[in-house]
Design a protein around this ligand. Structure first.
Ligand code: PLP
Length: 378
C-alpha cells in the first residue's frame, strides 16, 4: 500500500510462507509430492471432512459437479449472487442452470424458493456462502435430497466459518474452496473439494488426474504389465503443485488469526457506521460463525454510483459483488431475463464492498469510513 491505494481485499504473505515455499522447492517434489498430502490433511481438520486439493476454485466446482452427475439433460439450482464460475461450470458440463432469488437479509439462497425450483432433473443444489456468511445449509440439503440431488456448497468465501457449530466442509455433500489471493487463505491459484463421502472423494481424486485408474484390482484390462493405467471416466489435470500446497499449509496455520482480525474489522465498521444515514450494514444470523471474506454495505436512495466513484477517486479500491449472474450478456443470450430475481437485482444496484483484509490497519480503516461519510454528504 506504498502508493496509498487501499484494495477491497488482498493476500497476506509473510516470511514464514516464503520459507515454506523455498523448502518445498528444495525437496525434489514439484507435483504429486508430500506437500500436497500435508496440505490435504491440515485442510481436512479445518473443514471437518477429507479434502482433495485442486488447481483452482473453478476446478473444484468442475470436479464436484462432475462427480455429482451434472451433465446434459440435468439441472443445477444456484444463486445469482455469486462469481460467474458457480454457474458457468454447470453450463460447461451441458447442464441447465436455474437461478433462485436470495434472502434479502443475507443475500444467500432461500431454502423454500429452492424447494420450489427443484425437480427430478435437479442433480445439484449449489448455495454460495455470500461474503463469508454460511447459507442455511440443513434446509437446503433437505430440499436437494428430497429430489435425489446433492448439496454442493461453493464455500469460496467461507473457509473457517461455522454453521450451527459445525465447520464449513462438514455439512454439505461436497464443499468447494478457492485459494485465489483475495480469498481467506491463498496458494496463488488453488482450490479444494471437501467431502465425507468416500465414493465421491475417490471420484474427485480420479477427475483431478485425467480419470486414471492405477490400482490393478480395479483394471478392466487384466494381464497388462506394471506400466499399465487406464481410464474409465474422463478427467482433466487439475492438480495443485507442491510449492503451492506448501504455501497453503503455511497460510492455513494463520487462518483463525486472519478471521479474528477480519471479525474485529467488521465489528469496527459496525460500531462506527451504525448511525450513518443512507446505508444498510450487513447482518449475521444467530446460528453461524461468519468468515468475513467481504464487508458489503448497501447504499440507498440511488446513490451507490456516486459513492462508489467518490471512494475510488480517493484511492479506496471498493468493488461491487456481484452483477447477478443471470444478467451477464452470455446468460441473457441464453434467455435468462432481468426481473427474474428481483431481490438480487435490487441488491446489485446498492452494493459496495468496503476494504477488508487481515493487515488493514485501524488507521486506514478509519480513513475509509471518513471518506465514506464524506461521499454520502456530497
Ligand atoms: C473466487 C470464486 C470462485 C472461483 O475460484 P477461482 O479459484 O478463482 O477459480 C468461485 N465461486 C466463488 C463464489 C468465488 O468467490
Amino acid at each position: 500500500m506504498t502508493d496509498g491505494w487501499i484494495p477491497y481485499g488482498r493476500q497476506l504473505v509473510d516470511d514464514d510462507d516464503i520459507a515454506a515455499v523455498t523448502t518445498s522447492l528444495r525437496s525434489g517434489w514439484l507435483t504429486t509430492g508430500p506437500a500436497v498430502d500435508t496440505f490435504e490433511a491440515e485442510l481436512s481438520s479445518v473443514a471437518g471432512a477429507p479434502a482433495v486439493a485442486v488447481s483452482s476454485g473453478t476446478a473444484a466446482l468442475h470436479a464436484a459437479y462432475a462427480a455429482a452427475g451434472v451433465g446434459p439433460e440435468t439441472e443445477l439450482v444456484t444463486t445469482p449472487m455469486t462469481f460467474v464460475a458457480t454457474a458457468a461450470v454447470a453450463c460447461a458440463l451441458g447442464a441447465r442452470v436455474r437461478f433462485v432469488d436470495v434472502d434479502d437479509r443475507t443475500l444467500n439462497l432461500d431454502p423454500e424458493a429452492v424447494g420450489a425450483a427443484c425437480s427430478s432433473a435437479t442433480r445439484v443444489v449449489a448455495p454460495v456462502d455470500y461474503a463469508g456468511h454460511p447459507a442455511d445449509l440443513e434446509p437446503l440439503k433437505a430440499q436437494a435430497h428430497a429430489v435425489g440431488a446433492l448439496l454442493v456448497e461453493d464455500a469460496s468465501h467461507s473457509l473457517g466459518a461455522e454453521y450451527r457449530g459445525r465447520p464449513i466442509g462438514a455439512v454439505a455433500d461436497m464443499t468447494t474452496f478457492s485459494f485465489h489471493p483475495v480469498k481467506l487463505i491463498t496458494t496463488g491459484e488453488g482450490g479444494a473439494v471437501a467431502t465425507g463421502n468416500a465414493e465421491l472423494e475417490r471420484t474427485v481424486r480420479r477427475f483431478r488426474t485425467h480419470g486414471l485408474v492405477r490400482d490393478p484390482d480395479s483394471h478392466r484390462m487384466q494381464g497388462e504389465g506394471a506400466w499399465h493405467q487406464e481410464v474409465h471416466e474422463l478427467g482433466l489435470n487439475y492438480r495443485l503443485a507442491d510449492p503451492l500446497a506448501a504455501l497453503g499449509t503455511s497460510q492455513l496455520r494463520k487462518l483463525s488469526r486472519f478471521i479474528d482480525r477480519r471479525t474485529e474489522l467488521a465489528r469496527r465498521y459496525h460500531s462506527n457506521l451504525a448511525s450513518v444515514e443512507g446505508i444498510r450494514l450487513p447482518i449475521t444470523l444467530e446460528d453461524v460463525r461468519h468468515a468475513w471474506h467481504l464487508y458489503p454495505i448497501r447504499v440507498l436512495e440511488g446513490r451507490r454510483r456516486h459513492v462508489f466513484d467518490f471512494l475510488r477517486s480517493k484511492g479506496i479500491g471498493v468493488q461491487v459483488h456481484y452483477l447477478p449472474v443471470h444478467l451477464h450478456p452470455v446468460f441473457s443470450d441464453m434467455g435468462y431475463e432481468k426481473g427474474s430475481c428481483p431481490v438480487a437485482e435490487q441488491a446489485y444496484d446498492e452494493l459496495i464492498s468496503l476494504p477488508l483484509f487481515p493487515d488493514l490497519t485501524d488507521d486506514l480503516q478509519d480513513r475509509v469510513m471518513e471518506e465514506l461519510r464524506a461521499g454520502l454528504r456530497v
